[in-house]
Design a protein around this ligand. Structure first.
Ligand SMILES: Cc1cc2nc3c(=O)[nH]c(=O)nc-3n(C[C@H](O)[C@H](O)[C@H](O)COP(=O)(O)OP(=O)(O)OC[C@H]3O[C@@H](n4cnc5c(N)ncnc54)[C@H](O)[C@@H]3O)c2cc1C
Ligand SMILES: NC(=O)c1ccc[n+]([C@@H]2O[C@H](COP(=O)([O-])OP(=O)(O)OC[C@H]3O[C@@H](n4cnc5c(N)ncnc54)[C@H](O)[C@@H]3O)[C@@H](O)[C@H]2O)c1
Length: 489
């Protein structure tokens, strides 16, 4: 007779919970997955899927308006976006339809619904039922953070969750917070024809990203009519007839009001810790999240935590990677895995998107000084982009002097896909010039952007080649080859 009912209880059925529960069940463990709302977590139900769907609607609206760029004319006498929220709800329902308790039961994962509360380090209460397990993984995620200013409780003040409960789009929107959520949502609403202003306290939106690339994006979205005010402080929100009055202090200290139909708060996330009774289990936490060591173990050795609730990873692919390490360490402790975010790709789904892997120029310079080499490719030179009337964007690859890639930043059409080929080179330690010898189909964005960057690095490498440095003559064929590549660039 086993000492505990389960080998592992996972609390929270978002990306982190689903990844860890599946890992453990795959190894034949008895697993219980506890969820207080619906299986799927915030990524499917409240964050990634709804935001990306809203962006899709915005992109489609933009394409319709630009139809004449592609030689098409039609009468657009009435533009109506009332179907956008129902479309988003259909996407969520579609995506979520595979996440049923039955589908998890079929792979050996039992499910229980209700809020889990620790009784001690081996027992939790879910509703009135007590469950026991040898090990636990806490993956309870996060929720929108709130801000300590007066007026955030008025009806027109929304967060990323209440936004998607609206029936229609507000005509004017002020977004507080210019991080990934604020910029994605603000731009999507702008593309759908709303008047949008982003208010950011820092001196730039997306301040964690490469400065030069962000500047390219800012110049572009401003041309699309998105208003951005940086370096400002929000003082208070007030109801103003049926609208909201937002009082801000500008970067020069001037106090002023902006009036808008609604306000959207995107100022970060708060970990879901309350109600878990972590004290009873001996699990420590701070305001940033549950405290874990590099093996994702909490201060109680049989309890692990992963995902947004740790405050260490707030991106679905990082959460998945971290969660697999947590599951491995909880289930197979003899082969301990450290959490490792070294080779991650992230994408901010603006239009066009901004993809990133590795260090920004600022971070690379701080770490390696002048021992870096930067390659840039401007989408204006790209035939495929010209044909698609999308000839704006910038790819910037940061290398060590030996060609090894340490930073990838692509803002432009297909960036979210292109970044992965660069990421493969980066993760496998191949130098950028390696791409010169890899054939790419023409006319693709990969050939235009990535192959060209590889060609640039190759030319550089050849110019610094031992032959040249020794003053030896290059064979004429070789010289012509270099000339031809340079002409193409
Ligand atoms: C607007 C927005 C857009 C985003 N878009 C992207 C994107 O495009 N790509 C990307 O990679 N990342 C994106 N993210 C980040 C991503 O949503 C999160 O990193 C990810 O969903 C976190 O997964 P998780 O499993 O840690 O938590 P969650 O998905 O939040 O899951 C936690 C689960 O635990 C449950 N729970 C909480 N407390 C209890 C309890 N006491 N008992 C039982 N169950 C409980 C919750 O109901 C929830 O289902 C976005 C974030 C935001 C805010
Ligand atoms: N595509 C993606 O992967 C994606 C998309 C959206 C969000 N996310 C993740 O979800 C999490 C939450 O995103 P987020 O953008 O809400 O948080 P964030 O912490 O990344 O950005 C919040 C922004 O709000 C600003 N801010 C904070 N308080 C403010 C105030 N009082 N006034 C004005 N500005 C203020 C901050 O300076 C920051 O720029 C992040 O970890 C983010 O990476 C990922």
């Amino acid at each position: 007779m086993a000492r505990f009912e389960y080998d592992l209880i996972v609390i929270g059925a978002g990306i982190g919970g689903l990844a860890t529960a599946s890992f453990a069940a795959g190894l034949g463990k008895r697993v219980l997955l506890v969820e207080k709302e619906r299986i799927g977590g915030s990524c499917t139900l409240k964050t990634c899927m709804p935001t990306k769907s809203l962006i899709r609607s915005g992109v489609m609206a933009n394409v319709l308006q630009r139809a004449k760029d592609y030689g098409l004319t039609y009468q657009l006498d009435h533009y109506n976006a009332d179907g956008v929220f129902p479309y988003i709800n259909r996407v969520i329902a579609d995506v979520n339809s595979i996440d049923t308790p039955e589908s998890f039961n079929a792979i050996g994962i039992n499910t229980a619904f209700g809020s889990a509360q620790f009784i001690d380090r081996h027992h939790v209460l879910v509703g009135s039922r007590k469950y026991s397990a040898d090990r636990f993984i806490i993956a309870t995620g996060s929720r929108p953070a709130s801000i300590g200013i007066p007026g955030t409780d008025i009806p027109g003040c929304l967060d990323v969750e209440s936004l998607f409960r609206l029936k229609t789009l507000p005509a004017t929107m002020v977004v507080i917070g210019g991080g990934p959520a604020g910029v994605e949502l603000g731009l999507a609403l702008r593309l759908l024809g709303q008047e949008v202003t982003i208010l950011e306290v820092a001196d730039s939106i997306l301040f964690r990203e490469d400065r030069e690339i962000v500047q390219c994006l800012v110049d572009h979205v401003k041309k699309l009519g998105l208003k951005i005010i940086t370096g400002c402080k929000v003082k208070e929100l007030q109801q103003h007839e049926s609208q909201v009055r937002i009082t801000i202090t500008d970067s020069d200290g001037t106090l002023r009001d902006i009036v808008s139909d609604a306000v959207l708060m995107t100022i970060g996330r708060t970990p879901n810790i309350e109600g878990l009774n972590l004290e009873k289990a001996g699990v420590e936490y701070t305001g940033k999240g549950i405290t874990v060591n590099r093996h994702l173990q909490t201060t109680q050795p049989n309890i692990f935590a992963c995902g947004d609730v740790t405050g260490l990873s707030q991106n679905a692919s990082m959460v998945e990677k971290q969660s697999l390490a947590a599951a491995n360490n909880a289930i197979v402790p003899v082969f301990k895995t450290r959490q490792n975010f070294e080779h991650m790709v992230s994408v901010i789904f603006t239009e066009p998107p901004l993809a990133r892997a590795g260090l920004t120029e600022e971070e690379a310079a701080a770490r390696f000084g002048k021992r870096i080499k930067i390659y840039r490719y401007d989408y204006r030179n790209l035939r495929r982009a010209k044909m698609e009337r999308q000839d704006y964007g910038m790819a910037k690859i940061i290398c060590r002097t030996n060609g090894k890639i340490i930073g990838v930043h692509i803002w432009g059409e297909r960036a979210e896909e292109l970044a992965h080929e660069m990421q493969l080179l980066k993760a496998t330690g191949k130098p950028l010039h390696f791409l010169h010898s890899v054939s790419h189909a023409y006319p693709t964005f990969a050939e235009g952007v990535l192959k060209r960057l590889g060609d640039m690095a190759y030319v550089d490498r050849m110019a610094g080649n031992l032959f040249v440095r020794l003053g030896l003559k290059l064979l004429p064929g070789f010289k012509n080859n270099l000339k031809a590549i340079k002409a193409k660039l």
